[in-house]
Write a protein that binds this ligand. Structure first.
Ligand SMILES: *Cc1c(COP(=O)(O)O)cnc(C)c1O
Length: 389
């Protein structure tokens, strides 16, 4: 029985998959079971931040596997301590909680926001504002937080206490915060990823922080997709000149091993006390070893400037294609509006030609490995140009 047949017989059909069985990879190239090579403009979904099987990353992960692969969180490990200290230092936060995914990191943020408010004001101040078109995960609570009606089906009842305002609508946000006294947090992505690679306006972000500051409402930045160097700074908040009370990370943080992290500033760093939260695998040593290797690389001098420069080069190349209407996003997180063609058609045609890309809503989406070279960008762009001709 073929791999695909076996899959279809035994794995739940929750994904629309391309008929490709990926077997291995190296650098920015994946190889399928027939030996066909693919240039990778997607990094999984922004997860393989250093590409496939980066030497130093693989060495760190393998060494950890051979030393201690896991302990319960009733013990300490050096690798988790080291990563926590370095991550907090790099991101400018006091404390971190480790989970295994973006949804888990956001669940943690939601719990901190609600308990922060409960501890200070008592019951009832529990509402979390999220933005229309946001995406915060697939668990019931993070689905409830997600501001897209298509996700609010089947699984009723959803979790109460989430309200949405349209992204970049300052008046709507002001009105909501003035009228609703049950709000404890505003949660947002600086660049909405799954929602179609839409950046928030600087003015809107500034207003979120002003209103939240005045009303003791926590700011929660979901940087699951935008964080860890993706947009050309370690956190995207740096480019907006703001410091969220809470930042969540996942996707690219450990270079392709599952990890989620919820960073809290001093104000809310001690909210989750003993027994109020946990995760069996959270802070797993293998994930922390991978994450340390990613952090080593992205904090190398000049690395993030290179991400920015490559992002600009990538954009320039895209804009040279007549079918391209415009390019949204920041750094190496890009969404392409097409004039006439359908993004989904391009995705499968690209794979056939040996190029892996992503889509978001009706846009092409690119999240190439942060280590991609200019030559590799050119190579992938040739394929794309042909497909969009
Ligand atoms: C992918 C994503 C999530 C969910 O992450 P999972 O690891 O799939 O749980 C949450 N928020 C944002 C912004 C994401 O891009």
């Amino acid at each position: 029985m073929s791999t695909i047949d076996k899959f279809n017989e035994h794995v739940m059909h929750t994904y629309g998959r391309l008929p490709i069985v990926l077997e291995k990879g190296s650098g920015r190239e994946a190889v399928d079971e027939n030996g066909k090579e693919y240039i990778d403009f997607g990094s999984g979904i922004g997860t393989n931040s250093l590409g496939y099987c980066d030497d130093k990353w693989a060495d760190a992960v393998c060494a950890q596997v051979r030393s201690i692969q896991h302990t319960s969180n009733y013990f300490y490990t050096k690798v988790q301590a080291d990563f926590a200290a370095r991550l907090c230092e790099t991101a400018g936060y006091t404390n971190v909680f480790f989970g295994n995914s973006g949804a888990e990191a956001n669940e943690c943020a939601i719990k901190i926001a609600r308990k922060y408010s409960f501890d200070k004001y008592g019951k009832g101040r529990h509402t979390i504002v999220t933005l229309v078109n946001s995406f915060h995960g697939r668990t019931i609570a993070t689905l409830s937080a997600t501001g897209q009606e298509v996700f609010h089906n089947y699984f009723f009842p959803f979790v109460e206490g989430f309200v949405n305002v349209p992204a970049n609508d300052i008046d709507a946000l002001r009105k909501l915060i003035a009228e609703d006294k049950t709000i404890c947090a505003v949660m947002f992505e600086f660049v909405q990823g799954e929602g179609g690679v839409n950046s928030l306006d600087k003015d809107f972000v500034t207003e979120i922080f002003r209103l939240c500051g005045e009303n003791d409402i926590l700011t929660v930045a979901d940087e699951v997709q935008t964080g860890v160097g993706r947009t050309g700074t370690f956190l995207t908040s740096e480019q907006y000149g703001v410091k969220p009370d809470i930042t969540t990370l996942a996707k690219g943080i450990a270079g392709g091993v599952p990890m989620g992290a919820c960073l809290a500033s001093e104000k809310c760093a001690e909210v989750l006390s003993k027994g109020t939260h946990g995760s069996t695998f959270g802070g797993n040593p293998i994930a922390c070893a991978g994450a340390n290797a990613v952090l080593d690389r992205v904090t190398e001098k000049g690395f993030l400037d290179e991400v920015k420069a490559k992002g600009e080069y990538f954009r320039k190349k895209l804009m040279e294609i007549p079918e391209v209407e415009g390019v949204d996003g920041l750094g190496l997180m890009m969404g392409v509006r097409l004039k006439t063609k359908k993004a989904a058609d391009i995705l499968s045609a690209a794979a056939e030609k040996g190029l892996l890309i992503l889509t978001a809503k009706d846009k092409l989406r690119f999240l190439p490995p942060l280590t991609i070279t200019y030559e590799e960008i050119d190579k992938g762009m040739e394929i794309l140009k042909e497909l969009l001709a």
